[in-house]
Design a protein around this ligand. Structure first.
Ligand code: COA
Length: 162
């Protein structure tokens, strides 16, 4: 597996699985029917943000990540990361590799910490994955997310120094 910067040419491979993840409405705070153009603009960020893809030996896109400033101005030393793996390729270490890569990239770019603003507490695989990469839950917004099956559940803010 190779992790490299995403290009506009990667988008047609990213959007089908991203659309499915967003439509499921279980893990992200995007609108479930968010328009492709709006999602692309929010994911394929210009500098100082950056989007990445994990690809296999054939060049198939397995998953994607993005790293950006979590806030501007006085908060811009903290990075934010987002991750989506094609369900057809989940459970094979792609998410872990994208997470580890983004931490290395953010540290090399000079960020001092990484923050996740909205990790749905029922997304237990993701929560455990981020904890295993050194993140802690610093706060949980009570009933911060309306899950399509579980109803109102907590939304974690997770944090790790770089
Ligand atoms: C969360 C996500 C990024 C994880 O990516 P992934 O490639 O499936 O995860 P990995 O294969 O790297 O596995 C990471 C860990 O989670 C565990 N895991 C992942 N999926 C699992 C599953 N369905 N059942 C049990 N364990 C699972 C793995 O065992 C692994 O633990 P290990 O490394 O200690 O063995 C991916 O499932 C995803 O894109 N989900 C939808 C969007 C999302 O939730 N993004 C994150 C928002 S915070």
């Amino acid at each position: 597996m190779l992790i490299r910067e995403a290009t506009e040419e990667d988008w047609p491979a990213i959007w089908p699985f991203m659309r499915g993840i967003l439509a499921a409405g279980e893990t992200y705070t995007y609108d479930r029917d968010a328009a492709e153009d709006a999602v692309r603009a929010s994911w394929m960020l210009p500098l100082p943000g950056r989007a990445f893809v994990a690809v296999d030996d054939e060049g198939t896109v397995l998953g994607t990540s993005k790293v950006s400033r979590n806030h501007a101005g006085g908060g811009s030393h903290i990075a934010n990361g987002s991750y989506m793996v094609d369900p057809a390729h989940s459970g094979r270490g792609v998410g872990r590799a994208l997470g580890a890569h983004s931490l290395e990239w953010a540290a090399a770019a000079g960020f001092r910490a990484m923050q996740f603003n909205a990790v749905v507490e029922t997304n237990t695989h993701a929560v455990a994955l981020w904890q295993s990469l050194g993140f802690t839950v610093v706060a949980t917004l009570p009933e911060g997310f309306e899950h399509p099956r579980h109803g109102f559940v907590g939304l974690h803010i997770m944090y790790r120094k770089l």
